[in-house]
Design a protein around this ligand. Structure first.
Ligand SMILES: Nc1ncnc2c1ncn2[C@@H]1O[C@H](COP(=O)(O)OP(=O)(O)O)[C@@H](O)[C@H]1O
Ligand SMILES: [Mg+2]
Length: 312
């Protein structure tokens, strides 16, 4: 991929959390290129490291996170070994829509103040009138009435909270939006509405990174998909290609589960430290062979479709 066409590039990226002197690695040396101006989905079961990757891209890792390898966001090096620097990136080039937008907002601030604070930080807009104008326009874009500005977070429904979060993102106008499980608490109607709002972000030429365990939602929204399992990317490629020709047995399992409309909790497994060296899927893989004790690297069958499996 041409360098300036890439919004996010990770090379052998490791991210762990230090607990009681021990590091639990949530990302195990991943390589990923996320092209600009596309919708890119990261799917996988709970605990696979999706939010860790999203937070690393958005600059929202906790201070006790441990890093190795490289991460570039818009060609700016944000992680280089243990050096982490998001200045000029976090909250301007990249913004995250959190998993529970309402609980991420200060409960004692009216939505109006949230907008004016954010606009002050991002564009040094100090005029209340100007801030109000931008806020109203952003709320209109997500179909919310401007009286929302006078409300506190607890006075909004979950669906409205999701829209306020998207409106705030529109006001900040970043190049990259990371949406973490944007539909997890929404009913089917609101899911559809959120899908349309997220599509609008991509239509404006922005890069949208969507984290979801819902492969059907991913397929409706994204042109690219990366499948994660226990801190590894096990398959990556154009969505239609990955879904019509899944190469990794775990991707097949996810697709089958979605088709059968199972809850993916049926498949949830716990992270085991012993598995770090080999393929994360080997313990439940029907094609398991002796080679699987060694970790497979992503192997590309064409310029965009890669899979990490020894037994194709
Ligand atoms: N802030 C954190 N502190 C400590 N451990 C964390 C933190 N966030 C995630 N983890 C651990 O990292 C692993 C990956 O979690 P996460 O990135 O949240 O996965 P996902 O979003 O796919 O569910 C899990 O084992 C989780 O317990
Ligand atoms: Mg998560």
């Amino acid at each position: 991929m041409v360098l300036n066409e890439v919004a996010v590039r990770a090379r052998n990226l490791w991210i762990g959390y230090e607990e009681e002197g021990e590091i639990l690695w949530a990302l195990n040396g991943i390589d990923i290129d996320i092209p600009k101006a596309t919708a890119f989905c990261i799917v996988g079961e709970s605990g696979s490291g999706k939010s860790t990757l999203g937070n690393a891209i958005a600059g929202l890792l906790p201070p006790y996170a441990v890093t190795k390898g490289r991460l570039d966001v818009y060609n700016i090096s944000v992680i280089d070994g243990d050096k982490v620097d998001y200045s000029g990136v976090r909250g301007s080039i990249v913004v995250r829509i959190p998993q529970n937008p309402l609980s991420a907002l200060n409960p004692y601030l009216k939505i109006e103040s949230v907008f004016s604070d954010i606009l002050k930080q991002r564009f040094r807009i100090n005029s209340k009138v100007k801030a109000l104008e931008i806020a109203q326009k952003a709320l209109k874009a997500v179909d919310l009435p401007s009286d929302v500005l006078g409300r506190y977070p607890h006075q909004l429904s979950g669906g409205m909270g999701q829209r306020v979060a998207i409106a705030l993102t529109i006001a900040i106008d970043p190049e990259i939006v990371v949406a973490d499980e944007p539909t997890s608490n929404l009913d089917a109607y609101l899911k559809g509405a959120t899908l349309n709002l997220l599509r609008d972000i991509v239509r404006k030429g922005k890069t949208l990174i969507v984290i979801t365990h819902d492969i059907l939602f991913a397929s409706a929204l994204c042109s690219f998909i990366a499948v994660m399992l226990m801190g590894n990317v096990v398959e990556i490629g154009k969505t239609e290609e990955v879904l019509s020709n899944p190469l990794h047995p775990y991707t097949r399992e996810l697709i089958d589960a979605a088709n059968l409309n199972f809850k993916n909790s049926k498949y949830a497994i716990n992270r085991s430290k012993t598995n770090l060296r080999g393929c994360a899927y080997s313990s439940r893989c029907p094609k398991h062979s002796a080679r699987c004790y060694e970790k497979p690297k992503l192997f590309y069958i064409n310029e965009s479709h890669g899979v990490a499996c020894w037994n194709l």
